[in-house]
Design a protein around this ligand. Sequence first.
Ligand SMILES: NC(=O)C1=CN([C@@H]2O[C@H](COP(=O)(O)OP(=O)(O)OC[C@H]3O[C@@H](n4cnc5c(N)ncnc54)[C@H](OP(=O)(O)O)[C@@H]3O)[C@@H](O)[C@H]2O)C=CC1
Ligand SMILES: CC(=O)N[C@@H](CCC(=O)OP(=O)(O)O)C(=O)O
Length: 342
Amino acid sequence: MGIKAAVAGASGYAGGEVLRILAGHPEFEIGTLTAGSSAGTLMGAHQPHLRLLADRVLAETTPEELAGHDVVFLALPHGRSGPLAERLGRDVLVVDCGADFRLADAADWTEFYGSPHAGTWPYGLPELPGQREALAGATRIAVPGCYPTAVTLALYPAFLAGLVEPDVVVVAASGTSGAGRALKPHLLGSEVMGSVAAYGVGGVHRHTPEMIQNLSGVAGEPVTVSFTPTLAPMSRGILATCTARTRPGVTAETLRDAYGLAYDGEPFVGLLPEGQWPATSMTLGANTALVQVAHDERAGRAVVVVAIDNLTKGTGGGAVQSANLALGLPEELGLTTIGVSP
Ligand SMILES: NC(=O)C1=CN([C@@H]2O[C@H](COP(=O)(O)OP(=O)(O)OC[C@H]3O[C@@H](n4cnc5c(N)ncnc54)[C@H](OP(=O)(O)O)[C@@H]3O)[C@@H](O)[C@H]2O)C=CC1
Ligand SMILES: CC(=O)N[C@@H](CCC(=O)OP(=O)(O)O)C(=O)O
């Protein structure tokens, strides 16, 4: 008998990616699958690529249906995980792919999500300093947002080494799967194809406080982040370009050394060879973040580009990586670094 895992939100994009990874994981056994309005229908109607689950009937998302599992993955709209998690056993590992438990500051939560704050759980980004220890044995995990995963991995080494000022600018492109499966007018094929568009401009995107939280924690001082997301005509992937003013004396070499030090030995984050720049295609379906750093001497800024698959390292892969740590399994179990190309 393996570790029995239920997935709530199994008909959605994040739930589907968690299941794609669990299906290839040697220790997990897939238990109950739940949804919202799709409850009572077959998985095959929603996730035809997960053929081994095609005949499973989706249950309603209730604590009763999710009981009796060792691990429960929640991949539900924001605000749904809080009340549900309260009714799941304390000894069960609950891994929330949603935002409900990511932020430590209740005022930030209310400002950006507009509802009461559910609480704060151990943050599922193992690469952050001290986070592997925080996740070992945890029974609750908040999986980071996809953009904060990319941006935090891009910039924390520079802050850890004290090389940049606490003033960050990020422009990132995301594939449309980042917005979830529900029908949205701006995601119609005719709106998205052949065009890249900015959205959530001017410091209003809800991932901004999460980036600030992560980077300020490493920097040891408040960091400001100006974040502009853009929507790109691709289904998966995030490419984030992050810049910060460099401190006096910083060179291309000191920057590269800091990233080499931070990422040497990391199983899922890679500093690319000099001159090679990340592309989303390099990370498709892989639990990887690929990073490159340069020093723009005229502008006096560090420029870091990172690529991830928003659904893999940005959600499902990150969720399983953190669950492995919480359960005392090898961190890399069931996760691939091998991408899909072209
Ligand atoms: N897409 C991404 O790249 C990322 C997503 N996430 C997070 O994962 C979570 C899910 O996102 P995503 O998969 O993209 O969204 P989707 O819209 O694709 O899926 C949402 C899932 O939740 C179910 N659901 C919706 N409403 C309810 C409800 N009232 N009660 C129970 N179940 C419900 C849906 O079921 P039904 O089929 O019945 O509607 C579906 O299974 C979100 O919190 C999101 O923030 C995190 C990181 C990245
Ligand atoms: C392209 C797109 O719309 N992306 C989503 C982010 C998705 C995500 O990962 O964020 P959460 O887990 O916090 O929902 C957005 O900008 O709202």
